[in-house]
Design a protein around this ligand. Structure first.
Ligand code: CTP
Ligand code: MG
Length: 219
């Protein structure tokens, strides 16, 4: 097995603030995370799926239902990622490429997964980037040119040996790519359409509307 997906589904969703973590809430008839699982499973370029989650019945149930490997998550997102990477190191001796998803981003599409995996033939990493369209400020009122910056989102994809060499589970850096050395051979993917993340409760309502209109389009 050469290409492995990690779906990050641990974390308690403090900003969402609900007994049930946000990724297990429903948009129409399916859980947020099921939209991610479906697209990953649809991709012909993914050989196996590692599901990093808190150990409770719903996560275990999903792993059985969708044929994913369960790995226990950690206190921070970086620790959850590192647990997934260690599992891959141990169980997939022939791994070449990995791609890491947030369970809370339900708009991913399998054709994008294929593009990321193909780009890894040429690059060590592929990251999801988003141009800044609002004004950018700092806390001292400096003028900042937003064209010099972009947002980094999930998914992020890497050659396994490269990310495994540099990834530190205790780092305070929140994107994986920034744990690689400056000047690494990285592709910035700006063309991901609508990659919203469920963060607050209101985001779920917005995602429901967007998902319905998208499903209408596809009919
Ligand atoms: N995540 C994880 N392990 C953690 C924290 C987060 O696997 N310890 C995952 C979440 O499941 C989510 C993704 O990382 O799909 C993005 O994180 P975020 O939106 O910050 O989720 P939470 O950390 O759960 O939310 P909050 O920051 O509001 O507490
Ligand atoms: Mg968080």
């Amino acid at each position: 097995m050469k290409n492995i997906a990690i779906i990050l589904s641990a974390g308690s969703g403090q900003r969402f603030n609900d007994n049930l973590p946000k990724q297990y809430h429903k948009i129409n008839d399916r859980m947020v995370v099921e939209y991610v699982i479906d697209e990953v499973k649809k991709s012909k370029l993914i050989d196996d799926v590692v599901f990093v989650a808190s150990n409770f019945y719903l996560a275990i149930f999903l792993c059985e239902q969708y044929g994913m490997r369960f790995v226990e998550g950690g206190k921070t997102r970086s620790i959850s990622i590192a647990n997934g990477l260690d599992y891959i190191k141990e169980h997939y001796p022939n791994v070449e490429k990995i791609i890491v998803f947030d369970s809370a981003r339900p708009f991913v599409k399998s054709y994008l997964i294929s593009e990321y995996m193909d780009l890894l033939d040429e690059y060590d990493g592929v990251i999801t980037t988003c141009a800044i369209t609002d004004s950018l400020g700092d806390y001292e009122n400096n003028n900042i040119n937003r064209d010099n910056y972009y947002l980094i989102q999930a998914p992020e994809a890497f050659k396994f040996r490269v990310i495994y060499e540099y990834f530190d589970r205790n780092s305070s850096i929140t994107s994986m790519v920034q744990q690689l050395p400056v000047g690494s051979n990285i592709y910035q993917f700006f063309d991901f359409p609508n990659n919203m993340k469920i963060t607050y409760h209101d985001d779920l309502e917005i995602a429901r509307v967007l998902m319905s209109s998208k499903e209408d389009d596809e009919e």
